[in-house]
Design a protein around this ligand. Structure first.
Ligand SMILES: [Zn+2]
Ligand SMILES: [Zn+2]
Length: 267
């Protein structure tokens, strides 16, 4: 299989001891490209650094909504310099997380809007984190006219109706390992109805391992299970699904880069 992991945190400390092994296993499993996603200033710098160590690795720079209050819009703008170092193909993860930190909604909104400004300045797509905050997330994207930037709802957790609204605006939905869990009926229905060219897949590693690895530290090699489940739902071969996901990744994150550099990178 050949595919891409649209969202992970392989630069986290969780992989300090064996990152090379994890990357080798990803490569052997066919995960040809992946996006390492930053959650604060220092963490974004580390994502860019690790992305620089191999071909096929890219980074997204941003401050996670759970870190609103600790970091300000000013910190978001200070990430701009990282983009100049290459390998940065997106801004985020950004949006709202009202599951764990509902009290900071106003600060999260401010931070989200700063990310949209940065993405506009850098002409990069957005990596959206939306947990228990569908209405708030859509409101900001509408009001800031941010759809035109392009982007992805990572770890998609909305229903079919919301999905169709997002797809209409040209954004992508990224499917996590959750799709392999028994209770994920709504997500499986979204995958069934969503046109394949708008679907991405992700590990969100080290979190959200797909079955049968649930509860263990996640890694990109496990993503094959997620792609297999998506293929089963869509009634296509796992190879075709993996290839489609890879093509979608390239279209969203690398088309501009390709114009600039004339060629693609794989692990
Ligand atoms: Zn997230
Ligand atoms: Zn994440």
């Amino acid at each position: 299989m050949n595919t891409a992991d649209s969202h992970n945190h392989l630069h986290f400390r969780d992989y300090r001891g064996d990152r090379e092994g994890v990357l080798d296993r990803a490569c052997a499993a066919g995960v040809a490209r992946m996006l390492l996603v930053g959650i604060d200033g220092e963490d974004s710098r580390e994502a860019v650094e690790v992305a620089g160590t191999r071909t096929g690795l890219y980074a997204s720079i941003g401050i996670h909504p759970q870190n609103a209050g600790v970091f300000s819009p000013r910190d978001v703008f200070s990430l701009e310099g990282l983009a100049a170092r290459g390998k940065v193909v997106a801004v985020g993860e950004t949006g709202f997380d009202l599951y764990r930190t509902p009290q900071s909604e106003a600060l999260q909104k401010e931070l989200f809007e700063a990310h949209i400004s940065l993405a506009r300045k850098l002409s990069l797509p957005l990596v959206i984190h939306d947990r228990d905050a569908h209405a708030q997330t859509l409101e900001v994207l509408d009001r800031c006219d941010a759809w035109q930037l392009g982007g992805v709802f990572h770890c998609y957790s909305g229903d079919v109706r919301m999905a169709s609204r997002i797809l209409e605006k040209g954004f992508y939905l990224s499917v996590p390992g959750v799709v392999t869990y028994k209770k994920a009926e709504v997500l499986r229905e979204v995958v069934r109805l969503c046109p394949a060219p708008s679907l991405l897949a992700e590990t969100d590693a080290p979190f959200l391992s797909p079955a049968p690895y649930r509860g263990k530290r996640n890694e990109p090699a496990y993503m094959i299970r997620t792609v297999e489940e998506m293929a089963r739902i869509k009634g296509v071969s796992p190879e075709a699904m993996g290839e489609q996901v890879l093509e979608n990744f390239d279209r969203l994150f690398l088309s501009k880069k390709r114009e600039n550099e004339g060629k693609m990178e794989a692990c």
